[in-house]
Design a protein around this ligand. Structure first.
Ligand code: SF4
Length: 410
């Protein structure tokens, strides 16, 4: 025998939710919620090289083996699958989100064809709302005019002022992207295009001053700001999140924004995460997966037609977002029974024992699903952001209680 034969890798025992018995759940009366949001990865490369990007810099490197652009023939298959799914579940509207990489690299004509392809097969009974999430550097008058014809909502990523944004959001040659994005946002803010403005997405950097960041973003008059916690897990914690539960750097950061936003004499914009927490505290459901127990209705289609769970799972390990299914051979109904999809629809039943006994579980919901991962136990854990989420929610609850008390006292 040759001495250089490698030892076989020891088999890792399956982690939750791979061990979920979906058939038993269905027999017990549980029913999946149909997908209503389809995130289409139309272009897998980017014209920026942001150093924290979950597509290129994290554990899953599947972008390397994927086609650069989703062929239009696959877009047509995706369109038919979306229409089939919507009709099977009696949905009267669905949402497609053109995503990447950087979707604008696919070109305006391609994006227009893609949106029209989905709308054509869904009409007349299923309405298709369309949105694009872009880094903004390729947005110009021509593109915006085209998006206007398509009624395509535009979300733009920006992390604050020039110095703060350009610490991470750079071109491959090191130049910052802020000035190009600011120019694009000024076009988007103009009366001709304003109705297309979907909002800003900002990834939190603890090195940036929170109120300054908020006010820099506010200067671009966004209808909504989405603050994103950097992706991380218990096995690969996000920057600044240590094992010391008494430290809550992300809560401290967001609380400063909450106080500035909530305390403003008039509402200057919507801050999605904070508004969601307020709604949940008032007994409503959440509309995002970042907090709350609302079943997820989002699914991802990659440029090769692969159907994936959630692209933030790229932080976990190679292949973590995959379902092993694709739009050519599988319907979206088949994907609804994948344990990873089921886990994001199970609400309280998908929470760890710690979260089940937490007084804020209904509001927190253990945070975003990928942030619960720990090697060995899978996703049956509190969020790696648990101390931050607890403190942030507590702060907002106290502030709301005080307000309600004041109102009751006249
Ligand atoms: S605050 Fe922590 S323990 Fe409570 S639900 Fe959230 S992650 Fe779970």
């Amino acid at each position: 025998m040759s001495a250089d034969i490698a030892e076989p890798e020891p088999q890792r025992p399956p982690e939750w939710p791979a061990t979920l018995d979906v058939d038993a759940l269905v027999e017990g009366g549980w029913r999946p919620r149909p997908f209503q949001q389809f995130l289409l990865k139309v272009h897998s490369r980017c014209n920026l090289a942001c150093d924290y990007c979950y597509v290129y810099t994290m554990a899953d490197q599947s972008w390397r083996s994927r086609p650069m652009v989703m062929p239009m023939s696959l877009v047509a298959v995706a369109a038919r699958r979306i229409a089939e799914h919507a009709r099977a579940h009696g949905l009267t509207s669905v949402r497609i989100i053109l995503h990447g990489g950087e979707p604008l690299l696919a070109g305006g004509r391609y994006l227009s064809e893609a949106v029209n392809a989905v709308r054509a097969v869904c009409a007349p009974d299923v309405r298709v709302e369309a949105a694009v999430q872009t880094n903004g550097v390729l947005l110009d008058e021509d593109v915006l005019r085209l998006f206007g014809e398509l009624d395509l909502r535009v979300g733009v990523s920006l992390d604050g002022g020039r110095r703060d944004n350009d610490r991470h959001r750079r071109y491959a040659d090191g130049r910052g992207s802020h000035d190009a994005v600011a120019g694009a946002l000024r076009l988007l803010m103009s009366p001709a295009h304003r109705r297309l403005y979907g909002g800003l997405l900002c990834t939190i950097d603890l090195d940036n001053d929170p109120v300054e960041t908020y006010e820099e973003l506010l200067a671009f008059e966004p209808p909504v700001i989405g603050f994103l916690l950097p992706h991380g897990t218990w096995s690969s914690p996000p920057p600044g999140r240590t094992a010391d539960r008494t430290r809550t750097p992300y809560a401290d950061w967001l609380i400063q924004i909450f106080d500035r936003w909530y305390g403003a004499p008039r509402q200057e914009t919507d801050v999605r995460l904070l508004r969601e927490i307020i709604y949940l505290l008032l007994g409503r459901e959440s509309a995002s997966e970042a907090v709350g127990l609302t079943p997820s209705s989002l699914v991802v289609v990659e440029t090769d037609g692969g159907i994936e769970q959630l692209d933030a799972l790229k932080v976990v390990e190679q292949g973590a977002p995959a379902t092993g299914m694709n739009i050519v051979d599988h319907s979206f109904d088949a994907v609804l029974r994948h344990p990873g999809i089921v886990a994001r629809q199970l609400g309280r039943a998908a929470l760890s024992e710690t979260c089940q006994s937490c007084d804020l579980a209904r509001v927190c919901g253990a945070g975003l699903y990928p942030h619960r991962y720990r090697e060995g136990s899978g996703y049956l854990n509190p969020s790696v952001y648990c101390p931050d989420l607890y403190r942030l929610i507590q702060h907002i609850r106290t502030r709301l209680q005080l307000d309600l008390q004041r109102r009751r006292q006249g």
